[in-house]
Design a protein around this ligand. Structure first.
Ligand code: FMN
Length: 367
């Protein structure tokens, strides 16, 4: 696949994202790569992987757990809740900054997507409703378990975990954090009128279903400042066996958090969905779109949206995974490397830090 971006393309213009100046509007979407150590310390290879992609306007890290209990949907996913985790994230931040990049850490609680064989404890969720799915555990593929409905008294602890993790990200030298409210994990589960059957202040009305995400955003903003906080949502997305009939929790959420003036809202959605227009109209701040098409990125569509001002920036996942020099290739109209699905989550360097740049194609590494 090829696509050419003209030098004056809207996607190549700089943009101020809260406190961070991004040199272009093609951000790297968060991508779980399952290379972390079993204790959640990021891989020794992660600094190289991310710094190879420093030409992205902003890198959003792979989803990163805010506590031991928040991890455990997949094996070898990182955390940011111990000093060892933080030290490794600091190396990554340094490497990305040295290469001229900017980076936010995506903060994650996996909710009912956890498996006790990975996390060491029963998964927690808004309600005791399992996702009808299998997951890879250390002893093979297993069905996801019925989660335990969180007690209302436990919720402030979860909010505090996000806040503490955000502090660690900033102390590690990161430019900010993205709160993961998407893809069927805990915050998304609370927003759903199907998966969340609570009858307390965190379930029922749109405002109640939006409450946990809003409280997390508010706490993280209080800790590190609004200019360093992004939020990702994916209304209507079916990842994690997620179902939602009523999207009004997202309207309630945006209405509640809009006055905070966070760095950006990141929405994973097909822009032909009705809710896209509704949310876009509600959000006057920086709006980042990830279209997530099965067939790969439609750069022409993203460029058109950026040109009209329908979006502030676009986030791109697999194209960055496979093309560390994606921006150069788009400027030159060069062929893009195809992502290799078999090594998305495989351990080690292959399919992680060895996708060639154009320079290396001209002059292979082995030469
Ligand atoms: C290997 C892989 C890992 C992903 N990990 C995450 C993640 O950690 N957090 C997240 O919010 N989305 C994650 N996603 C979703 C991507 O951010 C993105 O929405 C999706 O890949 C569609 O965008 P694309 O067509 O540009 O790849 C992942 C997707 C892939 C393919």
């Amino acid at each position: 696949m090829t696509y050419t971006l003209a030098a004056d393309s809207a996607l190549l213009q700089p943009i101020q994202v809260g406190d961070t100046l991004a040199t272009n509007r093609l951000f790297m979407a968060p991508l779980t790569r399952s290379r972390a150590a079993a204790d959640g310390t990021p891989s020794d290879l992660a600094a190289e992987y991310y710094s190879q992609r420093a030409a992205a306007g902003l890198i959003v890290s792979e989803a990163t757990a805010v506590s031991r209990g928040a991890n455990g949907a997949y094996m070898n996913t990182p955390g940011i809740y111990t000093d060892a985790h933080q030290a490794k994230w600091a190396e990554i931040a340094q490497a990305v900054h040295d290469a001229g990049g900017k980076m936010f850490v995506q903060l994650w609680h996996v909710g009912r997507m956890a498996h006790s064989e990975i996390s060491g404890s029963q998964p927690v969720a808004p309600s005791a409703i399992a996702a009808d799915m299998l997951t890879h555990t250390p002893t093979g593929k297993k069905p996801l378990e019925i989660p335990r409905a969180l007690d209302i008294e436990e919720i402030p602890g979860i909010v505090a975990d996000f806040r503490a993790a955000a502090r660690r990200a900033i102390d590690a030298g990161m430019d900010g954090v993205e709160i993961h409210g998407a893809n069927g994990y805990l915050l998304h589960e609370f927003a759903s009128d199907v998966v969340n059957q609570r009858t307390d202040a965190y379930g029922g009305s749109p405002e109640n279903r939006a409450r946990l995400t809003a409280e997390v955003v508010e706490a993280v903003v209080a800790e590190i400042g609004a200019g360093r906080v992004g939020l990702r949502i994916s209304p209507g997305n079916h990842a994690g066996d997620m179902h939602e009939n009523d999207m009004s929790a997202y309207e309630a959420l945006l209405n509640r958090i809009a006055p905070l003036g966070i760095a950006y809202l990141h929405v994973l959605i097909d822009p032909s969905a009705h809710i896209f227009g509704v949310l876009r109209a509600l959000w006057s701040g920086t709006f980042v779109l990830n279209t997530g098409r099965d067939t790969g990125t439609d750069f022409s569509q993203l460029e058109g949206y950026a040109e009209w001002g329908a979006i502030s920036a676009a986030a791109v996942g697999r194209a960055y995974l496979a093309n560390p020099d994606l921006i150069d290739r788009l400027v030159l109209g060069a062929e893009l490397n195809e992502p290799v699905v078999a090594t998305f989550y495989a351990p080690g360097p292959v399919g992680y830090i060895d996708y060639p740049t154009l320079d290396e194609v001209a002059e292979p590494r082995s030469a």
